[in-house]
Design a protein around this ligand. Structure first.
Ligand code: ATP
Ligand code: SF4
Length: 328
């Protein structure tokens, strides 16, 4: 894909948390490109660093976190801006207006004593200054329709009067209010029942079709990624292990970890036999030497225990971090 289509380019990003036992290496040397209009799935088990990566892009990390190195180039306004280097005041110009983040557990994102309509008005005011409230509500109604909700009923409700799925969709509508160019969705369907999950996926498809908003969809669920994404990045122990087109990843997985993940998804495999990957993810404070996956990998070689493989492009658009595919 040509370079001018890039909206975000993350390079050699390293993020740690300070914990009592030591430094948690939550994001390790991550490089990832996101192109305008695409839906990129960021997939990995719990604790693999997905949320940390999203919080780093938005500069919303907690105080015990530190960006050790790397850049996050944002191209939405023409020339590249390194979000990693912006001050709190500067990044505020980008949050919501350019990049919006819909957190996992949207349930707590609302102020319990404010009606939904006031959430829309306050969001617009906070970022645009003085606004015409009727215009904002008109826009809110359109967006709520897009996420398959009854606009007037939702606008006059308090958050506790909405179900979990309705709150999640309301949050999506709110995230779209300022027409951000990039939306990061962190586990948008988790904690929801199957019917609500399906409605969320349908609304995300609506958003993709109506606005061609670029989306990063964070999920531990490969079947959700399969339904919605154009490309997928697989994360393990803070590192990107494989990146490719969604069909390539599902029909021709290359990295042993991706293959293991796919075997654990019965629907995708077309069989009821599920094989989970033996062992468990490593301790991010005390990582194994070499490839972090080697203690669980059926193909591990001597070199894997000593050297960490770099993420390399093994064919156009296909990146893999594994010594089976690179000699460098
Ligand atoms: P999940 O889906 O469970 O949120 P994730 O893939 O999004 O998982 P992160 O939440 O980014 O992973 O966590 C990455 C690592 O950083 C984990 O080992 C986690 O325990 C650790 N971590 C996250 N937040 C903090 C924090 N505030 N302080 C210390 N360690 C943290
Ligand atoms: Fe397995 Fe070695 Fe590849 Fe790591 S580098 S995934 S241990 S074969």
């Amino acid at each position: 894909m040509p370079g001018e289509n890039l909206i975000l380019s993350i390079r050699n990003l390293n993020v740690v948390y300070w914990a009592r036992r030591g430094w948690v290496k939550a994001v390790r040397n991550v490089s990832l490109d996101i192109y305008r209009g695409e839906v990129l799935g960021l997939v990995g088990e719990s604790g693999s660093g997905k949320t940390t990566l999203a919080l780093t892009v938005m500069k919303l990390l907690p105080t015990n976190a530190k960006i050790l190195s790397g850049s996050i180039l944002y191209y939405g306004l023409g020339k590249a801006v390194d979000l990693a280097k912006l001050s709190e005041k500067e990044i505020r110009k980008y949050r919501w207006k350019e990049i919006a983040l819909a957190f996992q557990g949207a349930m707590n994102a609302f102020n319990p004593v404010m009606r939904i309509k006031d959430h829309f008005i306050e969001t617009a005011k906070a970022h645009l200054g003085h606004v015409d409230e009727e215009e904002v509500l008109k826009e809110a109604r359109e967006l709520l329709k897009l996420v398959l909700l009854e606009p007037d009923r939702v606008l006059r409700s308090f958050p506790h009067q909405l179900s979990g799925g309705m709150k999640q969709r309301t949050l999506l509508a709110l995230a779209l209010l300022l027409r951000p160019k990039l939306i990061i969705l962190d586990e948008p369907t988790s904690a929801l029942d199957v019917v609500s999950q399906k409605v969320i996926l349908e609304t995300l498809r609506n958003i993709k079709r109506e606005f061609s908003t670029t989306m990063i969809l964070i999920t531990h669920d490969l079947s959700i990624a399969a339904e919605l994404t154009d490309r997928v990045a697989i994360m393990y122990a803070g590192k990107i292990m494989e990146v490719g087109g969604v069909e390539d990843i599902f029909y021709d997985p290359m990295h042993p970890y991706t293959r293991g993940l796919l075997k654990a998804v019965p629907v995708l495999k077309g069989t009821k036999e599920v094989e989970s990957i033996p062992g468990s993810p490593p301790d991010l404070i005390d990582l194994p030497p070499g490839c972090a996956f080697h203690p669980r990998c059926p193909y591990a070689m001597e070199r894997c225990r000593r050297e960490d493989p770099p993420l390399v492009e093994v064919k156009p658009g296909r990146f893999v971090a594994c010594w089976l595919y690179t000699k460098r």
